[in-house]
Each structure stands twice: as structure tokens, then as C-alpha cells.
Write a protein that binds this ligand. Structure first.
Ligand code: PRP
Length: 177
């Protein structure tokens, strides 16, 4: 059995998403941006972030799979679904829910840079930098968090809990013997 402990409330998330949206809007004055969400976890964050951006923002989605289990990343990332358009000379914001080992963002940065975008920025709601295996440069970070397993607001365990409005820490619950 597992237990959910409230970690980041929907109010704090909303305030942070609003701040990130304002910063992105200020960084791209009068210029269109393409928000590229990394499926599936980033979908909720992207939906909220997009509504806090005041410049023209369109959406695209990309999907990768990483080998390994819940705790251990194998280091291998594979493209499952590509974006639907040319990124040449476009302003791209790659939108992640969480950066953990950094392997996904590292892989996607290399992939998308090779398409010659005008600018490529990375936004993540959560940054678990203590788990980094590769160095990545993130432009917009919502919350830096410690090494805890988080769910809700798009993030899952075995596909569950993505629809929760707050972010929770998943804790094992122990039964007294
Ligand atoms: C999560 C998250 C990132 C990636 C980060 O996706 O959405 O894409 O892991 O981990 P990394 O920094 O160690 O590469 P996940 O594989 O859980 O898929 P999901 O978004 O569909 O839940």
C-alpha cells in the first residue's frame, strides 16, 4: 500500500505557472512561440502555462520512452512520437513536468537543436537536480525539489494520479506488526 502526502498545493502551482508564463511572454515580445510538451506528464502543465502566456503560442507534442524501472534510468531514450511540423527558424519552448536524471531533456535538446530553431528554451515545473546524470541547462524552473517520488498534476505512478490538481509525495505506508 502507498500513501499520498500533500507536497505542492494547487494555489502554489498556479502562482508559479503564472510567474513562468509572464517570464516567457517577456522573453519573446511580439514573437510567436511553439510549446512542445513531452507526453504524457507535461500535458497538464502545458495547458495551464499556455494560458499564462500572452504572446502567440501554439502547441505540439513529442513522446519518448526511457528504459529502466521507477528508480533506475537505463540511460537509453528512444523517440516514440515526433513533432508534427518543421521547427526551422521558430521559437521553441520544450515543456517538461519534471527533470530528473536529465537524460530526456538532454536527448530532446540534441534532437530539436538539429532542426535549427531560432531559439530553444526549456521549461520544467519541477527540477530534481540531485538526480542528474548529465548536465542540462534549464531556462524556466518552477520548483527545485529533493529526491522524492511525486505524483499529481500530470505525474503518475503506473499511469495513476495524473488527474490530481495538487502535487503529492508517494510514500510507502507501513503497517504495524
Ligand atoms: C518523466 C518526465 C520526463 C522524464 C524525466 O516522464 O515527464 O519526461 O521522466 O526523467 P529524466 O530526467 O530522468 O529523463 P516519464 O518517462 O515518467 O513518462 P510520462 O511523462 O508519460 O509519465
Amino acid at each position: 500500500m502507498e500513501k499520498l502526502r500533500l507536497f505542492i498545493t494547487r494555489e502554489r502551482i498556479a502562482a508559479k505557472v503564472s510567474e513562468l508564463g509572464r517570464r516567457i511572454s517577456e522573453d519573446f515580445p511580439g514573437e510567436p512561440v511553439i510549446l512542445i510538451g513531452v507526453l504524457k506528464g507535461a500535458s497538464i502543465f502545458l495547458a495551464d502555462l499556455a494560458r499564462q502566456i500572452t504572446v502567440d503560442a501554439t502547441f505540439d507534442f513529442i513522446s519518448v520512452s526511457s528504459y529502466g524501472n521507477l528508480m533506475q534510468h537505463s540511460g537509453e531514450v528512444r523517440l516514440i512520437k515526433d513533432v508534427d511540423q518543421s521547427l526551422e527558424d521558430r521559437n521553441i519552448i520544450l515543456v517538461e513536468d519534471i527533470v530528473d536524471t536529465g537524460l530526456t531533456v538532454n536527448y530532446l535538446t540534441n534532437l530539436l537543436s538539429a532542426r535549427h530553431p531560432r531559439r530553444l528554451k526549456i521549461a520544467t515545473l519541477l527540477d530534481k537536480s540531485c538526480r542528474r546524470m548529465v548536465t542540462v541547462s534549464i531556462d524556466y524552473v518552477g520548483f527545485a525539489i529533493p529526491d522524492q517520488f511525486v505524483v499529481g498534476y500530470g505525474m503518475d505512478v503506473a499511469e495513476h494520479y495524473r488527474n490530481l490538481s495538487d502535487i503529492f509525495v508517494l510514500e510507502p505506508s507501513f503497517t504495524a506488526m
